[in-house]
Write a protein that binds this ligand. Structure first.
Ligand code: HSE
Length: 436
C-alpha cells in the first residue's frame, strides 16, 4: 500500500494529538484513503521533554528546518503556532514542494494571502481546518458543503477558552482567574491567554470564516474586537432574568450596504441552540440563501478534537496527491481572481439590538428623561426593567433592551445619558442578537 509521509512541526497539544490519532486510527484511515499516512519525523524545542504521544515510531529532531527539507516528507503539519518562525518554515516547506496542514489561525488570518499565493505558485495545498473551531469541520462545510449558497451570516462561539470561562463563572460562580488557569492546564488556552480573553483569537478565526463565506480578502485589521474581560456577573445575572444568555460571539454579516466583522460579548435569547453551547464547545451558525440556518457544533479546542481536524486535512491532501490535483479546492473556497473586497462597515454602521444598563438616582422623572433620549433618536425599546434598590441604596439599575438600530444612534444616546445629572457613572452596553 502506498505510504504518504508526514513531518510534524511541534509536538505540543495539537501536534501530539495529531500523532496519536494517526497512530491509533492508522488502519481506519487507510481503509478510507487506500494508502497509509505515516509520521516520519517531528521537530520539538527540547527532545528531553515528556510528550503526550508515543514517539517511538518516528524520528525526533530539534531542527524544524530538517522537517521542511526532508525529501521523504510529503505533507508538513504545522502546529508550533506564532507568526515568525511558523511563517518562515511554511514558506520553506512550500518552496520545497510540501503540502501543508496547519492549526495556526493567526498565521492564516494575518499572512494567509502571501502563503496561499506561494502555494498556488508551487502547486501545493495549504489546508487549515484546525485553525477554526477545533474539531468542527466548519471550513470544509463552508468551502464544500455549502458551496451552492450565497452566505449572508456567520455567527459563532469560536473561542473555547472564553466560552469555558463564561460557562463556569455563570454556572459555578468560579472566578475568572481560576477558570483561566484550568483552561491553560487543559491545553485550551493560547500561549498568550490574553488572545483568548481579549477576543484576538476569535478575531483571527472570524477573519478566516468571513473570507471563505463571502469570498473577500483576509482582513484581520477590519474586525472590531471586544473581549470578555469587562463583563460583570451583574449583567450575566440580569441577562438571565430577561431570558438571554451572554456569549462571546464572532459575527460576520453581509448585506447590500457592506460587511460587518465583529467579535464581542452578545446577549442571545436562551431558547436559541447556540445560547446553550457551554464549556469548551464551539458552535457556528451559518445562514445560506438556499439551505437556511445551519448550526455546526463540537469541541473547539483540545488535543484530539483539534488533531481530528488536522488529520481530516491530511486525508484530503493525501487524496489530492493520489489524484495529482493539489489545487482542486481553492484556498479560500473562491477562485483566487474572484476574491473581491466589499465595503466594510465602520462600527457606527453596525446594526443590532442593545442591552443598556444605566445606574440612576432613585428620584421621580428620571425614567421619562431617559425615554426621551431614545425617542429623539427613533430608537424603539423592546423592554425596560427597573431593579429594586438594595436596602438603604439611593441608586437603582435600569435596563433597556432596544430594538435593532444603528450603533451610531446608540453612541449618541449613551453620550447624552451619561451627561444627565441623575445618571451615575458609565452606561453598560452589550449588543443583542436574536439570530432568527
Ligand atoms: N485557544 C483556542 C480556544 C484554541 O480556546 O478556542 C483553539 O483554537
Amino acid at each position: 500500500m502506498q505510504a504518504i509521509n508526514i513531518g510534524i512541526l511541534g509536538l505540543g497539544t495539537v501536534g501530539a494529538g495529531t500523532a496519536t490519532i494517526l497512530q491509533r486510527n492508522a488502519d481506519e484511515i487507510s481503509r478510507r484513503l487506500g494508502c497509509r499516512l505515516v509520521v516520519k519525523v517531528a521537530s520539538v524545542q527540547d527532545r528531553n521533554k515528556a510528550r503526550d504521544c508515543d514517539c517511538s515510531g518516528f524520528e525526533i529532531t530539534e531542527n524544524p528546518h530538517q522537517v521542511v527539507s526532508d525529501p521523504d516528507v510529503d505533507i508538513v503539519v504545522e502546529t508550533i503556532g506564532g507568526e515568525t518562525l511558523a511563517k518562515q518554515l511554511m514558506l520553506e516547506a512550500i518552496a520545497n514542494g510540501k503540502h501543508i496542514a496547519t492549526a495556526n489561525k493567526a498565521l492564516i488570518a494575518l499572512h494567509g494571502e502571501e502563503i496561499f499565493a506561494a502555494a498556488r505558485d508551487a502547486g501545493v495545498a495549504v489546508y487549515y481546518e484546525a485553525a477554526v473551531a477545533g474539531g468542527i469541520s466548519i471550513i470544509k462545510s463552508l468551502r464544500e458543503g455549502l458551496a451552492g449558497n450565497r452566505v449572508s451570516l456567520v455567527a459563532g462561539i469560536i473561542n473555547g477558552t472564553g466560552n469555558f470561562i463564561l460557562s463556569e463563572m455563570r454556572d459555578k460562580g468560579r472566578t475568572f482567574a481560576d477558570v483561566l488557569s484550568e483552561a491553560q492546564q487543559l491545553g485550551y488556552a493560547e500561549a498568550d491567554p490574553t488572545f483568548d480573553v481579549e477576543g484576538i483569537d476569535a478575531a483571527h478565526k472570524l477573519t478566516i470564516l468571513a473570507s471563505i463565506a463571502f469570498g473577500i480578502p483576509l482582513q484581520f485589521d477590519n474586525v472590531y474586537t471586544e473581549g470578555i474581560g469587562a463583563l460583570s456577573l451583574t449583567d450575566v445575572g440580569y441577562a438571565e432574568e430577561l431570558g438571554y444568555r451572554i456569549k462571546h460571539l464572532g459575527i460576520a454579516r453581509v448585506d447590500e450596504r457592506g460587511v460587518e466583522l465583529r467579535v464581542h460579548p452578545t446577549l442571545i435569547p436562551q431558547r436559541r441552540l447556540i445560547a446553550n453551547v457551554d464549556g469548551v464547545m464551539n458552535a457556528v451558525l451559518v445562514k445560506g440563501d438556499a439551505v437556511g440556518n445551519t448550526l455546526h457544533y463540537g469541541a473547539g479546542a483540545g488535543a484530539e478534537p483539534t488533531g481530528s481536524a488536522v488529520v481530516a486535512d491530511l486525508v484530503d491532501i493525501a487524496r489530492n496527491i493520489v489524484a495529482n490535483d493539489a489545487a482542486r479546492i481553492p484556498a479560500i473556497a473562491f477562485q483566487a481572481d474572484q476574491v473581491k473586497q466589499l465595503e466594510i462597515k465602520p462600527r457606527g454602521q453596525f446594526e443590532c439590538a442593545y442591552y443598556l444598563r444605566v445606574e440612576v438616582n432613585d428620584v421621580a422623572g428620571v425614567m421619562s428623561q431617559l425615554s426621551k433620549v431614545f425617542a429623539e433618536r427613533e430608537i424603539s425599546l423592546e423592554a425596560i426593567t427597573q431593579k429594586e434598590p438594595a436596602p438603604g441604596a439611593t441608586a437603582v439599575s435600569v435596563i433597556f433592551i432596544t430594538q435593532r438600530t444603528q450603533e451610531e444612534k446608540i453612541d449618541s444616546a449613551i453620550g447624552d445619558v451619561e451627561t444627565m445629572s441623575d445618571v451615575r457613572g458609565k452606561v453598560t452596553r452589550i449588543r443583542v442578537e436574536h439570530l432568527n
